[in-house]
Design a protein around this ligand. Structure first.
Ligand code: 5GP
Length: 175
């Protein structure tokens, strides 16, 4: 049996990574599995523990790092995020494709370990559009939006570290 393909998708906050992933998973023709990350950030409204993320404490997260359970991890906006190794390894070994929806520092760690992975950078059609998407979703304070927007502008510089760039103009086309 051949091993599955590892897809890694990154892109600035507000670009629509979550929407694209959900669409990919909703299509039964796509035989692909999403890795559920662990995080120390607070659960947001509408999110489900074990589905959106596995929410955990900083102490437990550090323990997982020390035990070598993380494929990659990063500190992002003051919280830890990481991909548990076991699930990804199991799926790939069974021949299933896996998607990681992770930020850049983590993606670069994965790149060192999986040179056969497919690394995709999702970008907004323009920075103006990104700004209106960040403010439009109305879930963060203006201070946090400002922080995320500045970070997004910085993150756009990493586009060349990825094998593929996808512009999220319309969701359908990006998917
Ligand atoms: P959010 O807090 O908006 O859900 O996610 C913040 C950032 O963390 C996003 O860019 C998201 O892609 C990234 N992220 C989510 N899970 C992981 C993970 O397991 N590892 C890394 N490195 N980043 C992650």
């Amino acid at each position: 049996m051949s091993r599955g393909v590892l897809f890694v998708m990154s892109g600035p906050s507000g670009t629509g990574k979550g929407t694209i992933c959900n669409e990919l998973l909703a299509n039964e023709n796509n035989d692909v599995f999403l890795s559920v990350s662990s995080t120390t950030r607070e659960k947001r409204k509408g999110e489900t523990d074990g589905v959106t993320y596995n929410y955990t404490t900083v102490e437990n997260f550090k323990k997982m790092i020390d035990n070598g359970e993380m494929l990659e991890y990063a500190m992002y906006s003051g919280n830890y995020y990481g991909t548990p190794k076991a699930y990804v390894q199991e799926q790939l070994a069974q021949g299933n494709d896996v998607i990681l929806e992770i930020e850049i520092q983590g993606a670069m760690q994965v790149k060192k370990k999986f040179d056969t992975g497919v690394f995709i950078f999702l970008v907004p059609p323009s920075m103006e559009e990104l700004y209106s998407r960040l403010t439009g979703r109305g879930r963060e304070s203006m201070e946090l939006i400002r922080e995320r927007f500045l970070k997004a502008a910085e993150e756009m510089k990493c586009v060349n570290d990825y094998g593929y760039v996808v512009v999220n103009d319309t969701v359908q086309e990006a998917v």
